[in-house]
Design a binder for this molecule. Structure first.
Ligand code: NAI
Length: 706
């Protein structure tokens, strides 16, 4: 096994160790041992003057094996223990060791590279310590060696923020010693020959860049608290780098170990690792296997150039796919194009795109008032007003003009995909692609499967979502699909809490403190309160008589307070859309609730969080049981990418699992006794709570609605 994972060959006097653990040469069990064994052998070979370590295949070592972290926290493995002694062995090698980097040297990969005496890389290589993104810090002396090479400021930034650094920058900051043009191995061997007779510098002994840096640490902590709110790992990473400046290398490593362990066993890290695997898991659809053929999508049509249609056109153009953008009248088309131009202009101003890139993208979007050219496109995304009659009319038109095999997608956020499909002669081609606003920014794409949607169509949309830079999650065709269906109860409880005496700010603050990007009421103001108001009016006849309904938001809408767009909603807004509490609304709510005879009381932050989140979780449990989401993690990924749920809590279902479903169930029962019918516990939640199980352990029936 060792021989397979690492290969030792000689080229004249230079020994070459090739790490072969595809696909990314992770430091899985066996790899550190293999490297250590190769060095042990080299020590015995007098003829070897220098050593080159290189990755086989497409990359150097892309990191530790993330599966191993879970094994450690569940007490099933200690493989990481092999890494640190191996690194010391590398650094103590009596011959110069040159690390040759292509692809990525991330995490454990960079830690390995830094244990070498020299590092060379191709210009396209990336290095980084991204552990913080998994709620961790480097655990194999990365926080101790990096500041010795790159200086304290760069090391703090890399370990606390986790972003990748390009080779050229890594060269400037001292992480790399040379960029290699042409063949990496040949260049690395040439470099090794140059340094073979020189004393090999051990990174752990290079203390020149560790000076007094109190200001750097204070500023980094301030930034971390602001930008990575509530997260413990960035602060731990800063502490660990600071330890490098205060203590010996060995003591610094001990400090790092303590901080690493604290992070590894934290709920935050477990949640972030769950999210890491979840991002991959959602791509797996039991009855749509990987081998399902996909339809090439090289050109698209978008119908409707409003808020969503314009953004969707940009999403396609940004990856080089030409778009026909159809509107129903010239004024709307001009408005839509104007918005797209403004959007690209802003991106250029902010330095996200070059002018040339923006111009090229804009040229890919061809405005039209007719369906001319739609016969040739591979896919159409419809984004006209939300109304069944209009959607059916548009789909019947598309059915008439589009070629056989073209995908007909709707961006509807609430309407029944099967009914839309019934307006066509090809329901197998019809699917929902529910983008989130702003479509060119938000990463989530709910892909809605209708009864007849073809497997190729599903496979194509899932694959396309990745190409578009989105994360596609397959959901079933129910009212509101997954995200919005759950959002309803969440926002209902936020309103009820206000109507029972909590202040608007108290409700929003409690959820913001929990980690949500925004509170539920502020989110309503951002999205536009009128959207829900219109939907509620349309579906009022379906409401159960006698069941308590929130009324505040409807009343605000009746007063023309639609949120940010009208300068007033739950809050009032200045011309820069900065929110401030509005005493007028507070007074109105007091008046309305007194007229309605709702007793007012003090409400704790804990109750606010539990009411809102458990409403979300309870609905999520129903969705899961009914099969509208394939797995609990699918719901989590939807909430993290579309609704501002904090990743370090793992998503609503994971959060509930962390709290313990028994506890969640009991709290919901308590709410049911106090607040009635809305709080009927989902049968799945009840069942899992009684069996002592988690949502993560529940798998929907294969081929269920989703
Ligand atoms: P919008 O009102 O901004 O834009 C709709 C556009 O469709 C208008 O410009 C209108 O002129 C055009 N249109 C109407 N009939 C047409 C036809 N026959 N041919 C071509 N164009 C036509 O609406 P918005 O917000 O962009 O919503 C579009 C769809 O996206 C709706 O189904 C909505 O539910 C959904 N959606 C909206 C989200 C949002 O946050 N606004 C989020 C996710 C989905």
């Amino acid at each position: 096994m060792l021989a397979e994972l690492t290969l030792l060959t000689g080229q004249n006097d230079v020994a070459v160790i090739t790490i072969n653990n595809p696909p990314v040469n992770a430091l899985s069990p066996g790899v550190p041992e293999g490297i250590a064994a190769a060095f042990a052998k080299i020590e015995k070979e007098d003829s070897v003057k220098a050593v080159v370590v290189i990755g086989g295949g497409r990359t150097f070592v892309a990191g530790a094996d993330i599966n191993e972290f879970g094994k450690i926290t569940s007490g099933k493995g200690m493989c990481l223990d092999e890494i640190k002694p191996m690194l010391l062995r590398v650094e103590n090698c009596s011959r110069p060791v040159v690390m040759a980097i292509h692809g990525t040297a991330f995490g454990g990969g960079l830690e390995l590279a830094m244990a070498g005496h020299y590092r060379v890389a191709v210009a396209s290589a990336l290095v980084g310590q991204p552990e913080v993104k998994l709620g961790l810090i480097p655990g194999a002396a990365g926080t101790q060696r990096l500041p010795r090479l790159a200086g304290v400021a760069k090391a703090v930034e890399m370990c606390a923020e986790g972003n990748a650094v390009k080779a050229e920058e890594a060269l400037k900051s001292g992480i790399l010693d040379r960029l290699i043009e042409g063949d990496l191995l040949a260049g690395a061997i040439a470099f090794a020959n140059e340094v073979a007779d020189k004393p090999a510098p051990k990174t752990r002994e290079r203390n020149g860049k560790l000076g007094e840096n109190a200001d750097i640490f204070a500023a980094a902590r301030e930034t971390a608290r602001r930008k990575q709110r509530n997260l413990i790992a960035p602060l731990a990473a800063i502490d660990a780098v600071e330890a490098a400046t205060k203590f010996s290398f060995e003591q610094g490593c001990e400090e790092e170990q303590k901080l690493f362990t604290k992070c590894l066993f934290s709920d935050q890290s477990k949640a972030l690792i769950h999210v890491f695997f979840g991002d991959r898991e959602v791509g797996k659809i039991p009855d749509v296997p990987k081998e399902t053929p996909v339809i090439p999508v090289n050109s698209v049509g978008v119908v409707g150039a409003g808020t969503m249609g314009g953004g969707i056109a940009m999403v396609f153009a940004n990856v080089g796919i030409p778009v026909l953008l159809k509107e129903s009248d010239q004024a709307a088309l001009d408005r839509g194009l104007g918005n797209i131009q403004k959007n690209y202009g802003n991106s250029v101003k902010r330095g996200r795109f070059t002018q040339q890139f923006a111009d090229e993208r804009l040229r890919l979007i061809q405005p039209t008032l007719r369906y001319d050219g739609f016969a040739k496109v591979d896919m159409v995304v419809e984004a006209v007003f939300e109304g069944m009659a209009l959607k059916k009319e548009v789909f019947a038109e598309l059915d008439g003009v589009c070629k056989p095999g073209a995908i007909l997608a709707s961006n509807t956020s609430t309407l029944n995909i099967d009914e839309i499909a019934s307006a066509t002669s090809r329901p197998q081609a019809v699917i929902g692609t529910h983008f989130f606003s702003p479509a060119n920014v938000m990463r989530l794409l709910e892909i809605v499967r209708g009864k007849a949607t073809g497997k190729e169509v599903i496979a194509t949309c899932m694959q396309l979502s990745r190409k578009l830079g989105k994360i596609g999650v397959l959901v079933g065709n129910c009212m509101g699909f997954v995200g919005n269906r759950m959002f309803g109860p969440y926002r209902r409880e936020a309103q009820f809490l206000v109507e029972e005496g909590a202040s608007i700010e108290a409700v929003d603050n409690a959820l913001y403190e929990f980690g949500m990007a925004m509170g539920p009421l502020a989110t309503g103001d951002l999205a536009g309160l009128d959207v829900g108001w219109r939907i509620r009016k349309e579906y009022r006849h379906l409401q159960k008589p006698g069941l308590r309904q929130p009324f505040t938001e409807d009343r605000l809408c009746e007063l023309g307070r639609f949120g940010q767009k009208t300068g007033a909603g739950w809050y009032k807004y200045d011309e820069n859309r900065k929110a401030s509490p509005d005493p007028e609304v507070a007074a109105l709510i007091r008046k309305w609730t007194s007229e309605a005879g709702i007793p007012q009381r003090q409400i704790s932050s804990e109750e606010i969080v539990d009411r809102c989140l458990y409403a979300l979780v309870n609905e999520g449990a129903r969705i899961l049981e009914e099969g509208y989401a394939l797995r609990a993690v699918d719901i989590d990924i939807i909430y993290l990418n579309g609704y501002g749920f904090p990743a370090y809590r793992g998503g609503p279902m994971w959060y509930a699992d962390t709290v313990g479903l028994k506890k969640v169930y009991e709290r919901i029962r308590e709410f049911q006794q106090r607040h009635g019918e809305w709080w009927e516990p989902a049968p799945l939640l009840k069942g899992l709570a009684e069996q002592g199980k988690t949502f993560a352990e529940f798998h929907a029936r294969q081929g269920a609605a989703a």
